[in-house]
Design a protein around this ligand. Structure first.
Ligand code: IPD
Length: 279
């Protein structure tokens, strides 16, 4: 019920802000001194792990019957399935490459699903102090103020984001390049950007800064929290093929209007992935 969602949200928000202090402290430390590439990665992993631990410990204490899907737990080999139980889907730092390079576009993502549907979402950038949040049915907010998507319907008027993530198979790279050319040259899109964090790309659609975002090869923890924020801000979410959006399908297409989403779907070359989170 709705009062429960309020409680879930408040507890998650407080823990997310605490996690933000850890990210901010690490971000402020000079990344240069003795760090080689591999210890850079280790350092980030430590911050990731510390934030995920803090969130799971705090939420687990407050809500002992809730389940968790977390990026670092999954990386450590923990198997996960998405069930109907209330499940917190957590990315302690979305935008890890940005974090390593001290580009201030990073986000702690905390989403809650009930009956497999995202109902609470927090996307917090502790560096810029932007906190995006939503509870299903109550609108989307940035630092407490309502946000809404743009009304752009056509690619020539749209600034869109597409990104080549961490998967670089020849198929995916070719699809990315071909789609980029179609959108930018053949369809003459107004502009293209890529911010290096799936969650930030999504909340930028939610607040109308950009008009659409499409990416392949993501994980549920990159997008679960931002899904609620986008929906509550009036966005259209689709599978890039144009089918219904599926949180576990490892890809997303989100736009301010359905017309723009459908146009982009038609322009892009699609790649399929094995669904994640299955028994
Ligand atoms: C990554 C970011 C990035 C996207 C990658 C994701 P991470 O998440 O969202 O923007 O291109 O596909 O894996 O690893 O920084 O949490």
């Amino acid at each position: 019920s709705s009062p429960d969602l309020d409680k879930f949200f408040q507890v998650a928000l407080e823990l997310t802000r605490k996690g933000g202090q850890l990210v901010r402290t690490a971000f402020d430390q000079p990344a240069s001194i003795v760090l080689t590439k591999s210890s850079d990665t280790d350092l980030v992993t430590e911050t990731d792990q510390a934030v995920e631990k803090l969130l799971i410990a705090g939420l687990g204490k407050a809500f002992p019957d809730h389940k968790f899907i977390g990026e670092e737990s999954a990386a450590a080999g923990q198997k996960y399935t998405l069930t109907d139980a209330p499940t917190w889907i957590i990315d302690p730092i979305d935008g890890t490459t940005n974090f390593v390079h001290r580009i201030p576009l990073v986000a702690i993502c905390v989403g809650l699903t009930i009956n497999k549907e995202p109902v609470v979402g927090i996307v917090y950038n502790p560096i810029t102090n932007e906190c995006f949040s939503a509870i299903k049915g109550r609108g989307a907010f940035k630092n407490g103020f309502p946000i809404h998507v743009s009304s752009t319907e056509d690619l020539p008027k749209a600034v869109f984001v597409s990104q080549l993530g961490s998967i670089r198979t020849p198929d995916i790279v070719k699809g990315f390049i071909d789609s980029f050319k179609s959108a930018m040259v053949d369809k003459n899109a107004h502009g293209h950007r890529a911010f290096g964090s799936a969650a930030i790309n999504m909340v930028y659609v939610a607040q109308g800064s950009i008009d659409a975002y499409i990416e392949y090869g993501l994980h549920s923890w990159d997008i679960a929290a931002a899904v609620v924020i986008c929906r509550e801000a009036g966005a259209t979410l689709l599978d890039p093929t144009g089918a219904a959006f599926d949180l576990m399908s490892r890809k997303v297409l989100v736009a301010g209007t359905e017309k723009l989403a459908r146009e982009i779907s038609g322009v892009f070359t699609h790649t399929d992935f094995e669904r994640e989170g299955e028994e």
